[in-house]
Structures are given as C-alpha cells and as structure tokens.
Design a protein around this ligand. Structure first.
Ligand code: NDP
Length: 448
C-alpha cells in the first residue's frame, strides 16, 4: 500500500471506531495529512504500526459525578479523563468544565496535547479531561460541591508521577483550589498532582499568564522572520477568559493595541484600544464578578456586537483565544480583507480546516495552536519541576524560561518545515517535529 492509501486507511479506521466525534476526526486528519514525507523517510514507523497505536488512547476513564445544589437537589454530570499517550512523560493536559464537553471533544484536545507537549521539549505525555458541568450561575458552594465529587473519582486515576491535570475552559484558580483540597484530603499527601495552583501552596509565578504571553511571544518570533515588530500592531483578540486576558496584557506591554474581546454572547470593539486600566476592568469583571463582556461597552465608549465574533474588525494581527472552530472560512476571508497578516492561536484548533487553507494560500503568518499556545503547558511543566525540587523560581526566571521555550518551539517548527520542503509552514513544522519525537520514543519502548 502506498503512503497516501495507508494514511487514508488510518483515517477511515478512526472515523469508524469513533463515530460521532467530528472534532477528534478533524484533529487526527490535521496531523496525518502532514506525515506522508516522514513515513517515506522512516518506514520503521509504519512497520511498528506507530500510527495505529497513536490514534488509540492508552486509557479512557468515564465516570458519574453526583453533587448537591444549594437547595438540596441532586444533579448528575459526566466526568472524563483521556490518558492518550505517555511515551515521553506522565499524562499532562487540562480539565475543561463546559456544557459542550463530550468524549470526542476531549479526545481531540488530548490528541493535540501529545504533540504540543512534545514540542515544549519537556517530559510530558498527552491527556485531557473534564465534565459537562456548567459553572455559569452556580454559587461558589455549588462549584465546590461539584469539584469535590469530581475529584473523589478522578483521584483514583491521577498522581504526580502518572497524570497531572491543569485548568482549561471553565477551570481556573477557584476550581483548581477545590480540586486540590479534595485530592489532599482523600490521599493524605501534598504533591504536585495539579498545576495552575495558587502561589501560596505550590503554584508557579507566570503560570496564569503563560498561555497568553506565550502566544504573543510566538507572534513576535513569526513577525521577526519578516523583519517586523509587534509594536504598534492593531490586534483582535477573541474570548475574555484566561488566555485572552493575558494575551491582551502582553500585547499592551509590547506596544501593540488590542481592539476586541468576546464571550459566548457577543464581541466588544474599542477603536481607541484596550489599555491597562480597561484590561483591569475586564479581569475584575470576568474573574471576580463573573459577568458578561457587554458591560465593557456600557462602561467605556465602545461598540457591543451581540452574537458577533471579532473577525470582521480590520486589524494587523488576530489572536483566537476562545474555543475550537470559532473561526471559519468566511471569517478568514474577512480577516484578510481587513488587512490581517498574522494569526497566533491561543485557543486549541480555533480555525476550521477551510480557514487554515485560506491563511496558508494567502501566505500570511499562521501559528497553529499546538505551537503558539504551548507556553501554558510548558509553564505547567516548570511548575512540576519546582514542586519536585520544593522551591520557587522568581517571576523573571519563569518568564525568561517561557520566552526561551517559545523561541525554541518557533525555531524547531521553522527548521523542521524547511527540512521537509515547506519553509514558513508552521503547521507542517509543528506536526512533524511533535510527531517524530513521540514516534521514536514509542519505537524505543517496544509494543506497548
Ligand atoms: P476560560 O474559561 O478562561 O475562557 C474561555 C473564553 O472563551 C470565555 O470568554 C468564554 O466565553 C469563551 N468561550 C468558551 N466557549 C465558547 C463558545 N463555545 N463560543 C464562544 N465563546 C466561548 O478558558 P481559557 O482562556 O483557559 O481557554 C481558552 C482556549 O485556550 C481554549 O481553547 C483552551 O483549550 C485553550 N488553551 C488554554 C490554556 C490555558 O492555560 N488555560 C492552555 C492552552 C490552550 P463564556 O464565558 O461566555 O463561555
């Protein structure tokens, strides 16, 4: 069988075995379509059935999460942990709490995580987990009740040397606190079993900032290849959660001008630019009051676009930082028409395959999530190192390491793309570089 037919057969098998999981199929397709030239050079990967093994999670854990609300009513959610691949280290990847969560979405995220973690050069395997729990409108007490029930089961399957979850959509500092507290109570051990912890009890400086900062550092590196800087660039940012907030913060620090934020209800557009004071308002609104982004427009002179995304706002650079498939082919055309020359993905798989094709055909700078947002998990890796050594690095030290890691990822992606005859194509570079290290490790460890 030639390589094209072989890859098609794997995709076909994935579609059949994982029916009704389109995001997972999309993520596998996106990786596999880059791997033809690698398999031609490295036939031993085919002989050892590396791909067949890679697309099947090592372990999937599904469980019931019963919890009691403030009125005494019992609710039941679903809990998941996908332990996808441990070839290069303990499973590592966030927990997502959102009503849309299902096995297919978590499998796509865990699959992406394998290659992202490989790119960071730190020893971390790929995993992801979460629940269809919706924290919107819930009291702190209800969120705690849910988190304690979720961890009661999850604690049986994770550990500082086996699987180390972190935050993701709907799981921030509050949730990590409740989850960690319950783990400690159940296991009677104080270990680095979660990352994204508070500074008072084992967290790392810069971890909250890391994904957003890293996505901007990656953009800076991409711009440098064209002799440009980020200073003065007009930028659109989607989302208004953790990644969006710290993307905006780093953009402001580097002299760029963020223009937008969004949430699942709509987008705010501030033509005067979002400065530090306005960003502080958003952080308080989202992290403390847990309100809607529309309030920004009520407070400052800005436009609110109900139900809209930020992609029709003219800009130099775009930072999708909300969720998967939030930017489709039509949006990609609008961005290009508005002058956009760079996309750096803070979110996981935010651009649809059609959008990616349009960016690549236009030859603009396009940094895929698994490279551009790897700063978050990389800094989680640094948190794990600090926990093992029982010491804390300074803010400057962690930030310097993050910057260095993002530069290395950029260099690795660029050089790999060049080596495989696709200079400037960060999709090819990230997928092949991430894959090769994992595939070699699997080969060396035998059939497991
Ligand atoms: P948060 O929960 O802090 O924020 C998510 C933001 O995206 C919110 O503004 C939310 O709006 C919006 N959003 C979520 N789902 C949808 C949807 N279906 N449609 C429209 N808007 C939506 O999450 P994070 O900032 O942590 O994560 C954002 C993205 O970054 C995700 O793709 C995540 O996987 C990725 N990522 C996160 C990392 C991290 O370290 N946190 C690391 C690497 C990637 P609303 O409040 O209305 O729901």
């Amino acid at each position: 069988m030639n390589t094209t037919d072989y890859l098609a057969s794997i995709l076909n098998q994935v579609a059949q075995r994982n029916a009704g999981e389109p995001e997972f199929h999309q993520a596998v397709h996106e990786i596999l379509e880059c791997l033809g030239p690698v398999l031609t050079r490295r036939p031993e990967f085919v002989e050892a059935s590396i791909l067949e093994r890679l697309v099947e999670p090592e372990r999937q854990i599904f469980f019931r999460v019963p919890w009691v609300d403030d009125k005494g009513k019992v609710h039941v959610n679903r809990g998941f942990r996908i332990q996808f691949n441990s070839a290069i280290g303990p499973y590592k990847g966030g927990l997502r709490f959102h009503p849309s969560v299902n096995a297919g979405i978590l499998k796509f995220l865990a699959f992406e995580q394998i290659f992202k973690n490989s790119l960071t050069s730190l020893p971390m395997g790929g995993g992801k987990g979460g629940s269809d729990f919706d924290s919107k409108g819930k009291s702190d007490n209800e969120v705690m009740s849910f988190c304690q029930s979720f961890m009661t089961e999850l604690s049986k399957h994770i550990g500082a040397n086996s699987d180390v979850p972190a935050g993701d959509i709907g799981v921030g500092a509050r949730e990590i606190g409740y989850l960690f507290g319950q783990y400690k109570r159940l296991r009677n051990e104080f270990t680095g079993v979660l990352t994204g912890k508070s500074l008072n009890w084992g967290g790392s400086l810069i971890r909250p900032e890391a994904t957003g900062y890293g996505s901007v550092y990656f953009a800076v590196e991409m711009l440098a290849t064209r002799g440009e800087s980020i200073d003065g660039k007009r930028c659109v940012v989607s989302g208004s959660g953790n990644v969006a907030q710290y993307t905006a913060e780093k953009l402001i620090q580097l002299g760029a001008v963020p223009l937008t934020f969004s949430d699942s209800h709509g987008t705010i557009y501030d033509p005067a630019g979002i400065d530090k004071e306005k960003l502080d308002f958003v952080m308080h609104l989202k992290n403390v009051r847990r309100g809607r982004i529309k309030e920004y427009a009520d407070r400052f002179k800005a436009e609110y676009r109900e139900g809209a995304t930020p992609w029709e706002v003219p800009c130099d650079c775009a930072f999708p930082s909300a969720t998967q498939n939030e930017l489709d082919g039509g949006d990609a055309k609008k961005l290009l028409a508005g002058g956009c020359k760079l996309i750096s993905e803070g979110a996981n798989m935010p651009s649809t395959p059609e959008a990616v094709e349009i960016f690549q055909a236009a030859k603009i700078l396009y940094g895929p999530g698994k490279a551009a947002n790897a700063g978050g998990v990389a800094t989680s890796g640094l948190e794990m190192s600090q926990n093992s050594m029982r010491l804390n690095w300074s803010r400057e030290e962690v930030d310097a390491r993050l910057l260095e890691i993002m530069r290395n990822i950029h260099r690795n992606c660029s050089e790999t793309a060049e080596l495989y005859g696709a200079p400037g194509n960060y999709v090819v570079g990230a997928n092949i570089a991430g894959f090769t290290k994992v595939a070699e490790s699997m080969l060396e460890q035998g059939v497991v």
